[in-house]
Ligand binder design. Structure first.
Ligand code: 4IA
Length: 414
């Protein structure tokens, strides 16, 4: 992918001044099948091109180095979310669904909605879920061990979150097959209106209707995480409609992310068997191993921000109201930040990866994600000596997520 120095925007309207500014330029399409199938060489080229790169194809900026991604995420005043965290600028075109009141919002709205979810998802609050999550993990892994051969995606990475998370939120069993298609819509919609987006939207109508029907107080179990959001209405923190929208956020953000994360974890343990042996020998590494999976094979690859003012990044001037594509997965392998960035090592200090984001929008559900993964990896560590691929895994391409469609596994038991 060529990256060249190109001429920037002309200084506009100032009599007698016509500054021609220089900026690194790339012709890459981060949402093409080629890029999404093997993003890492493209990430490297973007990192080397400069601290910020103009993507000609979309007329947007890209940041692929750890320092700039982190700095943008921690400066919400300059890099806002309320114009959407996808390619589409909500101020210029209508969003495909009403914007999320937490993800696609800035303070003060974001501060109020975030406070409610932070409280509900505090590690201490999540503790009560642990026993149930571990029991379900043991039961599922028990069945898969008996089976010996299974699909790591459908039978494990999808099956587990699809059981435990909707149970925790407190929605009915009926219709849960809508959750994955909805996630596919949500995460593909952050990219351009390309083939992946069109495919995901094929069944949009009924899927959205089902999702919205599960977001009301009447649809929620009395003791779940969903109903806890409605308690905030009773306390005067949210309106009834806002509570429903935050339940929608649970159902948007809580499934595919962990499905892709678990699939990538299984893939890493299969691809790097000596790392699985290290985990089995020392299960206290499990927690860090998950962070290393998130660093090394980020299930969430990218998000956008929109500038709220002209800003200079490493000597390159960005204008007001411009879209900036942040490459979390590239920050995670930036050699400026990591030693041996392309080595999967469960004992490295993986904290500081960007997969959960950082700053005011940093993943509010990360305790749930950790709980799910630790329960699954813990159950596997007790029973599974090694994983073997019985066929080549196939990828499921998505404008935002990175993961697998199939992961045909055979396990050797202890
Ligand atoms: C929402 C970042 C991702 C996990 C996410 C997706 C959707 C929403 C929030 C977060 O709909 O609020």
């Amino acid at each position: 992918m060529p990256a060249k120095r190109g001429s920037g925007q002309q200084g506009a309207g100032v009599v007698g001044v016509q500054a021609v500014l220089s900026r690194p330029v790339s012709t890459a399409d981060p949402f093409s099948h080629g890029f999404l199938s093997d993003p890492y060489p493209h990430h490297e080229a973007l990192r080397e091109a400069g601290p910020v790169v103009w993507l000609e194809r979309y007329g947007i900026w890209a940041m692929a180095r750890h320092e700039q991604v982190r700095d943008a995420l921690t400066d919400w005043q300059t890099y806002c979310s309320s114009a959407g965290v996808g390619l589409s600028d909500f101020r210029k075109e209508p969003p495909w669904r009403p914007p999320s009141i937490i993800l696609e919002a800035d303070p003060p709205l974001h501060t109020r909605t975030r406070a409610v979810l932070t409280r509900i998802l505090l590690p201490a609050a999540i503790k009560v879920l642990r026993e149930r999550f571990e029991r379900e993990a043991e039961a599922l892994i028990g069945r898969l061990v008996e089976q010996r051969e299974f699909d790591g995606v459908a039978d494990l990475a999808e099956a587990y979150p699809l059981k435990v998370f909707p149970d925790a939120v407190g929605i009915s069993e009926e219709g849960r097959e809508n959750l994955l298609p909805y996630g596919s819509m949500v995460f593909n919609s952050f990219g351009p209106r390309n083939d992946l987006f069109q495919q995901a939207m094929a069944c949009a109508g009924p899927v959205r209707e089902w999702i919205m029907s599960k977001c009301s107080r009447a649809a929620l179990a009395p003791d779940g995480l969903g109903m806890q959001i409605f308690h905030a209405v009773d306390a005067g923190e949210l309106s009834e409609d806002e509570a429903g929208m935050l339940v929608r956020s649970f159902l948007s953000a809580g499934i595919d992310t962990t499905v892709y994360g678990l699939g990538n974890a299984l893939y890493c343990m299969t691809r790097y068997p000596e790392q699985w042996q290290a985990l089995r020998k020392n299960p206290s590494l499990i927690r860090n191993a998950f962070e290393e999976v998130l660093r090394f094979e980020a299930p969430l690859q990218t998000f956008f921000r929109t500038t709220t003012r002209p800003v200079e990044v490493g000597g390159v001037p960005l204008g007001d109201g411009e879209k900036v594509l942040l490459f979390f997965a590239s920050a995670n392998r930036d050699p400026r930040r990591w030693e041996r960035p392309d080595t999967f090592d469960v004992s490295r200090r993986a904290a500081g990866h960007m997969t959960f984001g950082t700053g005011i929008h940093g993943c509010v559900g990360q305790a749930v994600a950790r709980l799910e993964t630790e329960a699954i990896l813990g159950a596997l560590a007790k029973r599974v000596e090694s994983f073997e691929l019985v066929a080549e895994p196939t990828r499921r391409l998505n404008n935002t997520l990175r993961g697998f469609d199939t992961l045909p596994l055979r396990i050797k038991t202890v």
